[in-house]
Design a protein. Structure first.
Length: 87
């Protein structure tokens, strides 16, 4: 199977962050959404590894879904923290 490694997670995470920005209707901008997507992808992969899911053998689609879910989670948390700091 395709082992993505760190750079694979960065590339797929960036794409997932861009898509997550569209899905979450986030207005942070392209660059920040990509960065948050990369962070979300790494976080999602790390969390799945902790609970025992084989993220390295999951394949490209599994990795993309993991990154997309992680990016949406990070964008949602960022939105909550932003609203809390303004409120």
């Amino acid at each position: 199977m395709l082992a993505l490694g760190f750079f694979g997670w960065v590339i797929i995470g960036g794409l997932a962050g861009w898509i997550a920005g569209k899905v979450m209707d986030d207005k942070k901008g392209l660059i920040l959404n990509i960065v948050l997507g990369i962070v979300g992808g790494l976080l999602g992969g790390w969390l799945l590894k902790i609970i025992g899911v084989d993220v390295e053998g999951g394949g490209l689609i599994f990795s993309f879904v993991t990154c997309l879910a992680g990016a949406c989670l990070v964008l949602w948390i960022a939105r909550l923290l932003g609203a809390r700091s303004r409120g």
